[in-house]
Design a protein around this ligand. Structure first.
Ligand SMILES: *Cc1c(COP(=O)(O)O)cnc(C)c1O
Length: 228
């Protein structure tokens, strides 16, 4: 199947999952994750209607962003080192993976010097996996409160990457947990925090994520094929 076919199949599956769970298909945005995907193949997806791209590495994203520019919106979805904050803030429209005050302070400082306010998501590490980034559930609300004080960052929601399972159903409890946490943070009423977005679900499990309330799903393989 072509990239355009893959994309429309993914869009259709998202729409069906939304409808199944009583939501409107427009309430879910698709982020095409393009790590290792070359610019020609990305162009095909953009021509076929993909509007948001997710990149994991600042360096790799730089050339792609230079070529595609603002025809699409760019989300950073990888692990961000503090020393890359400066470039990330320049290049990306939204940073999905903020998980510490140290990183937030640096992003805020860099955003301030560019005169920008950067929308961010707080990344959760729900299963406390050592190999993954993200704040622990127990520390999430405190981090949201602290970051909400930073004038150049705007918290829009939460993001997670649950443990990998072959059966998508096994990810469901994690997706449900993230939505629950989002509701708790809303209930806590932190000033300046919107908490309207929930970024969860990848190629293997995005339909389950939509059923559990995802407002963004991040899909690579199902659109672009297996990565090398
Ligand atoms: C690579 C990646 C994805 C996409 O994974 P696929 O299984 O290829 O859909 C989504 N989110 C993050 C954070 C990723 O690093």
């Amino acid at each position: 199947m072509s990239i355009a076919d893959n994309l429309s199949r993914v869009q259709e599956r998202i729409a069906n999952a939304a409808i199944r769970s009583g939501r409107s298909p427009e309430s879910v945005e698709l982020v095409g994750v393009t790590k290792t995907v070359d610019i020609q193949r990305i162009e095909l997806a953009v021509a076929a209607g993909l509007k948001i791209l997710g990149e994991n590495y600042v360096q790799e994203a730089r050339d792609k962003i230079a070529q595609l520019g603002d025809r699409v919106s760019w989300h950073f979805v990888g692990r961000l080192q503090t020393n890359k904050a400066k470039h990330a803030v320049k290049l990306f429209d939204l940073i999905e993976t903020v998980d510490s005050m140290k990183l937030a302070v640096e992003l805020n400082r860099r955003a301030h010097s560019l005169g920008r306010v950067i929308p961010i998501f707080i990344q959760l590490n729900l299963a406390d996996e050592v190999t993954k980034g993200g704040v622990k559930t127990a520390d999430a609300l405190a981090l949201v409160r602290q970051i909400s004080e930073l004038a150049h960052l705007q918290i829009r929601g939460l993001m997670t990457m649950p443990p990998f399972f072959n059966q998508p159903e096994r990810a469901r409890p994690y997706f449900r947990q993230l939505r629950g946490l989002s509701q708790e943070i809303v209930a806590a009423g932190v000033a300046g925090v919107a908490m309207t977005e929930i970024s969860m679900g990848m190629s293997g499990d995005f339909e389950v994520a939509v059923e559990e309330g995802a407002t963004l799903v991040r899909v690579g393989t199902a659109i672009f094929g297996e990565r090398p």
